[in-house]
Design a protein. Structure first.
Lengths: 478, 503
């Protein structure tokens, strides 16, 4: 029997010790009318019979082959990077893979120290004082940051959050789902249509009647790959009595100014998606959100936090701390209902940053910038491809096409290329719909070679003109 | 002291092995960083250099391998942590979920390049619907607690929608009922969804106090959150009556799937009358606990909550598999993760479900229950006290060490720490809060009888130690990398960041 070691003799002896005739007798407290009748169609017929490992391996390999390993130029919050071969070898060691939340600290020093190192690395990347042990993903992490800012900004007594249009539309949707039942409102700040970045004047106009707000979210780089004027925006928000939530890409932080050093006093909370640090694309999960903040906000952090302390012999060791914030102690008064962190993913991120180091991460980031500029140069050759938000970007940029982005992506898929993200298909309420017509968000990381960049640009340009001439001739016919 | 000697001590951090002048990596592209930076505006560039560790590849591998060896885990130790279902995580689930076709897929890849993974997710939805008796499953919640949030948010969306349709008839529903023995996430979740929490007591048999429930139910009741078998390790026998009472008042029933392992293939939550459930795939479907995550908490709903499920879910028609989104489900509570939840974990659960099949699923509950009841009887025979000796254990049971605490001055925590010395991960301690000095013990179906017997012998031995030399328990553990840690110091003198403590 799969994964059950009992022999028939053992089962018999065990039942004798229990004083039961059969295993079925052990379920005699469950009302008979509720029991599943396996003979009936209401039983478990939709579940096939068990298969051997070999059969399942064949079935899954076929499914995986179906999706293949295409050339990927999509980003939008999920980024393809090289993952060191040793990383998952170490991370999936049984002692990491099959351990649980480190409640018994003495028997979990491995996991606890890894988390302490993770927290230190995230704090250093973001130039913040403290980090937690991680959150589910970047999008839900942003929701937790919003809840945290509302709790923390007691002075403002406001439940308004200024949420720029340059934050990922899916992130905005997730935040909305999670915070809407707590009376928090998200006010959309429009972008400047020439730069794709936050329109500060529009933000100013939102402050009707000098009403204050709990926090401003600043993405860097933003959803369109563009760079926000983080210093100016941070100082502006602080002057208005709002906190600043920095939503950042951790790879970019090797080169871009860290949230803790934005403006005069730095952002208050830094949050983001750490998937780029060693975690495969995997259809969007499991990923890992990170959240870090200034020391004065530490008691408002959600989720697990590990601290360094000493044992009875004064020997240093690690333990979960500040648990008085959490659901298993505070129940209905907890800062969040979160139980776990994203432990295995935090282990992977810690390994990634250790393998790469300062030097390696800077090179990965620099290579992303350089490759992105190379592709921009190649695409500039086509007069049909425009760059509505300019070319000052980290590793993503928006192009405007003359033809439908959907058809382009479909044709690229036929060439085994994931060509990017169709921005017009991603409209959410309140967004300036027309402005994003035929806009495609393209991402380039260090994984792309010169040949691949050339191949992609040529294919994209060819497909655009092919579709364009096709629709022109259709136009002539009609 | 050389760094090699430091490494043998418990406390060496990766940062202490670092030298910023070390360049040994073949893992990063060869590029001139300053050149590339010319493309970024000067005033937006990082001024203070990062301080990530610069360590050789072997030294990194060795550091983390050694750290891993300081953990207890299912692969290395019996781990009877009640309510957490620490059963074997089959290696093949991990191997197959890491096939390049699965790991390389971008979440926004065209659906024509995604039929493989989408078919797996569609099949998993179907399997889980059948196993739980629910009408629709959404796989997106990323952990049990997020599944709970989704569940209560749906209950709220349902009532809000009804109120909108019938503003005069439908009352203001503001309360969620939660048993006093519930997991802490239950009340925390209800509050996140804007509800007040009403607690109800449990009777001395471990069942819900029906009289108390009767008094608390009213037009203000939005719903109730229940675990069955309950957190007390026994099956709630009056579940049908409770369901009828709540439904009659217009409320809905939420099923916390934490203990689904006990009833897999035996009873369907849908048949018990639940309107919404969450499943902890990292428990029942054996996906890795990973040192505390990633979890995965799909939800299942009855017909009346179908319009409100979180998106996306996977649909299927003659053209193939496709995403069902807000467009098709305008009343959906929305999105909980940027894309499709923890797909890599969902795949592991799917693979596990295929390996088990329906015959294997029935055996999960069979043998989890056999192991729990065997362990319970053996411990009772050895004169340990059970919280509910008259009841059948489900997949777990509660032992109380109050007698030992009184006679020898040794607490449940002292027993727990001494168990670690003998190579056993401690059961869940001090939960549920109702039972004094308790252990919640869940052996799971994958443990052998020999291992259960050895665990019983060890507990007997520890009780002898408690009688003869209680300090062996009070000062335990002795054999682990560290002894008991100073939690008060940890909270008072916060040291959460190596760099900050160096500032």
């Amino acid at each position: 029997m799969p994964y059950i070691p009992h022999t028939p003799n053992e089962v018999e002896e065990m039942l004798r010790v229990i004083g039961a005739e059969s295993i079925d007798d052990l379920f005699d407290e469950i009302p008979q009318e509720l029991r599943i009748d396996l003979e009936k169609s209401t039983g478990l017929n939709a579940i096939p019979l068990g298969k051997s490992e070999m059969a399942v391996q064949r079935q899954l390999s076929e499914k995986a082959m179906l999706d293949g390993t295409p050339l990927c130029f999509a980003g939008g919050g999920a980024y393809e990077h090289h993952i060191p071969a040793a990383l998952w070898e170490v991370a999936t060691r049984g002692e990491f893979y099959s351990a649980y939340t480190p409640y018994q600290a003495e028997a979990s020093q491995g996991t606890l120290q890894v988390i302490y190192e993770f927290q230190s690395m995230i704090a250093n990347l973001t130039a913040m004082d403290v980090s937690n042990a991680s959150l589910y993903d970047g999008a839900s992490g942003l929701a937790e940051a919003v809840l945290m800012a509302v709790r923390a900004n007691r002075k403002a007594k406001s439940k308004r959050i200024l949420m720029p249009e340059s934050v990922s539309p899916v992130y905005r949707q997730v935040v909305e789902t999670i915070v809407k039942n707590q009376g928090i409102t998200l006010e959309l700040i429009a972008i400047d249509q020439t730069t794709g970045t936050i329109n500060q004047e529009h933000a100013q106009q939102q402050l009707h009647n000098d009403e204050t707000f709990a926090a401003l979210v600043i993405p860097q780089p933003n959803y369109f790959g563009s760079l926000e004027e983080v210093h100016q925006l941070t100082d502006w928000a602080h002057k208005q009595g709002g906190l600043v939530i920095a939503q950042v890409n951790p790879t970019a932080l090797a080169l871009l100014e860290a949230p803790g050093n934005w403006g005069e006093n730095g952002a208050d909370i830094a949050v983001g998606e750490a998937q780029p640090l060693g975690i495969p694309l995997s259809s969007g999960g499991p990923y890992i959100g990170f959240i870090a903040c200034k020391q004065k906000l530490v008691r408002q952090l959600p989720g697990r936090i590990v601290g360094r302390t000493v044992d009875l012999d004064d020997k240093p060791g690690f333990t979960l701390t500040l648990q008085a914030r959490e659901q298993h102690i505070r129940r209905s008064k907890a800062t969040s209902n979160i139980c776990t962190n994203q432990g295995l993913m935090a282990t992977a991120v810690t390994l990634y940053l250790s393998f790469l180091g300062t030097d390696g991460l800077q090179k990965v980031a620099a290579s992303c910038v350089a490759n992105t500029q190379k592709l921009i140069t190649l695409l500039e050759k086509s007069p049909e491809i425009k760059f509505p938000f300019g070319k000052t970007v980290f590793h993503e940029f928006v192009v405007q096409l003359d033809v439908s982005v959907d058809s382009v992506l479909e044709r690229l898929a036929e060439e085994d290329i994931v060509g990017g993200i169709n921005l017009s298909a991603q409209q959410v309420a309140g967004q300036s719909v027309d402005a994003n017509k035929n806009q495609l968000l393209i991402c380039v990381t260090e994984t792309k070679t010169e040949e691949e960049l050339r191949f992609f640009s040529e294919t994209l340009i060819a497909i655009c003109s092919e579709i364009s001439s096709l629709s022109n001739s259709e136009g002539e016919l009609s | 002291m050389s760094k090699r000697i430091i490494e043998q001590n418990a406390e060496t951090l990766i940062f202490e092995l670092s030298d910023q002048n070390r360049r040994s990596s073949s893992l990063a592209p060869d590029i001139d960083v300053n050149d590339a930076c010319n493309n970024l505006p000067e005033h937006l560039q990082r001024k203070k250099k990062l301080q990530l560790p610069q360590v050789g590849e072997l030294q990194v591998v060795r550091h983390y391998t050694r750290l891993s060896q300081k953990n207890f885990s299912i692969d290395t130790h019996f781990y009877p942590l009640g309510s957490c279902t620490m059963k074997y995580n089959p290696r093949v689930c991990n191997t197959l979920a890491q096939l390049p076709g699965f790991t390389a897929r971008h979440p926004m890849a065209h659906s024509s390049m995604s039929q493989g993974v989408m078919s797996c997710l569609f099949d998993l939805q179907t399997l889980l619907m059948e196993a739980t008796g629910m009408k629709q499953v959404s796989l997106t919640p990323m952990a049990g607690a997020q599944g709970e949030f989704a569940g209560i948010a749906m209950i709220r969306a349902y009532h809000d929608h009804n109120k909108e349709l019938q503003p005069d008839k439908e009352p203001e529903r503001s309360e969620i009922i939660v048993p006093d023995a519930a997991h802490g996430t239950n009340p925390a979740t209800a509050v996140m969804c804007g509800y007040k929490v009403k607690e109800i007591p449990t009777n001395d048999q471990g069942d819900i106090d029906i009289d108390a429930l009767e008094k608390i139910i009213g037009p203000q009741t939005a719903g109730i959150m229940l675990t069955n078998p309950s957190t007390l390790g026994v099956f709630e026998r009056k579940i049908k009556l409770i369901a009828d009472m709540i439904h009659k008042a217009g409320g809905l029933l939420y099923y916390d799937g934490a203990n689904l392992n006990a009833i897999l293939g035996k009873v369907k939550p849908g048949d018990m009358g639940f309107d919404v459930i969450h499943m902890n795939l990292h428990k029942t479907f054996s996906t890795p606990h990973g040192g505390g995550g990633p979890g995965s908490g799909p939800i299942g709903v009855s017909e009346r909550l179908q319009p409100f499920v979180p998106v996306p879910i996977v649909g299927h028609n003659e053209q193939g598999y496709y995403w069902i989104t807000e467009k098709e489900l305008p009343l959906s509570i929305g999105r909980l993760s940027a894309w499709m939840g923890n797909v890599g974990i969902l795949l592991r659960a799917y693979i596990y479900a295929l390996l088990l099949g329906r015959n294997g699923m029935v055996r999960v509950a069979d043998f989890a229950t056999l192991n729990a009841n065997y362990l319970l009887k053996r411990l009772m025979a050895a004169n340990f006290e059970m919280a509910f000796p008259e009841r059948r254990a489900s997949h777990e049971f509660i032992l109380t060490l109050r007698k030992e605490a009184k006679e020898y001055g040794t607490t449940a925590m002292d027993f727990a720490k001494r168990l670690l010395d003998y190579g056993y991960h401690a059961p869940t301690t001090y939960f549920p809060l109702l039972v004094p000095e308790c252990f919640l013990i869940e052996p799971t179906e994958t443990e052998s009888r020999d291992d259960l017997d050895a665990f019983v012998e060890t507990l007997i031995k520890i009780r002898d130690e408690a009688e003869q030399s209680p300090n062996l328990l009070k000062d335990a553990p002795f054999e682990l990398p560290v002894r008991r840690l100073d939690d008060v110091k940890a909270a008072r003198e916060l040291d959460l960041n190596f760099y900050y403590s160096k500032c």
